[in-house]
Design a protein around this ligand. Structure first.
Ligand SMILES: [Zn+2]
Length: 254
């Protein structure tokens, strides 16, 4: 593909980087990224991926915009309260970059539809807020051989990692780290626990950066590493995630 005059201007700050350049920008424009959830993490991811020129962005969410979402879900607007989140996100992204395609999936991701939807994309970014989805994504992305950039939030903290255990050792999957979901009553969600909105912005933006790095093949992948952010201490730290040879997901061939 050849970049147009408009694309040369729009992506000028990417094109000037040796690490991206025309070749990298073309890779981005040809890539297909699926974002799970148009919420606190999904909002900054969608905005940055659209701005960067990720050519096809899938977004899956069956919720509607609620006034309480706007404190952190910055892809939505007050006048879109009551609209489907995927349609609200699509409208914002179209205004940011009319050079890309947004595929809206107004459904709940479940065992019945996950493989079908995920197989249509190159890479998956998890902005969901529940363990059922997180484990489902881990297992389906492993089976479909798709890289998964995952993240989680608590009121003042966040963590993220990249999973591509389908490449074999030493890459771990999410189940290597946490084999079973915790009991539901131990898991506070944003709606009950609260969250400082900008913390979702920090982690979602880091996730967008890791997605772009994976598509471009730049720098160090977070595969095998958990990056943790503590907003109150204003600190980051990393821990190593080993692969578990007895893992129920990646202990078997995909
Ligand atoms: Zn595993």
């Amino acid at each position: 593909m050849e970049l147009s005059e408009t694309q040369f201007r729009r992506y000028a700050r990417h094109l000037i980087l040796d690490e991206v350049g025309e070749e990298g920008q073309e890779k981005l424009l040809q890539s297909r990224v699926l974002v799970i959830g148009a919420g606190g993490l999904g909002s900054p991811m969608l905005l940055y991926l659209a701005a960067a020129g990720v050519g096809t962005i899938g977004v899956i969410d069956n919720d509607r915009v609620d006034l309480t979402n706007l404190q952190r879900q910055i892809v939505h607007r007050t006048e879109r309260v009551g609209d489907l989140k995927v349609e609200s996100a699509r409208a914002t992204l179209a205004a940011v970059n009319d050079d890309i395609r947004v595929e809206a999936h107004p459904v709940r991701l479940g065992p019945d539809n996950a493989s079908n939807i995920i197989a249509g994309y190159d890479l998956v970014a998890d902005g969901s807020d529940n363990f059922a989805t997180r484990y489902l994504l881990n297992d389906v992305c492993y089976a479909e051989r798709r890289t998964l950039v995952g993240a989680a939030l608590s009121p003042f903290e966040g963590q993220l990692s990249t999973f591509k255990a389908y490449l074999g050792p030493p890459h771990p999957c999410y189940r290597c780290l946490f084999r079973e979901p915790p009991p539901p009553d131990l898991v506070p969600r944003c709606e009950t626990a609260g969250i400082l909105g900008a913390v979702a912005g920090v982690i979602g933006t880091l996730q967008a950066t890791e997605v772009l790095k994976e598509v471009l093949g730049l720098g160090d992948s977070l595969s095998g590493t958990l990056l943790m952010y503590d907003a109150l201490r204003a600190g980051f730290h990393k821990i190593t995630l080993p692969r578990d040879p007895d893992c129920p997901t990646c202990g078997r061939p995909p």
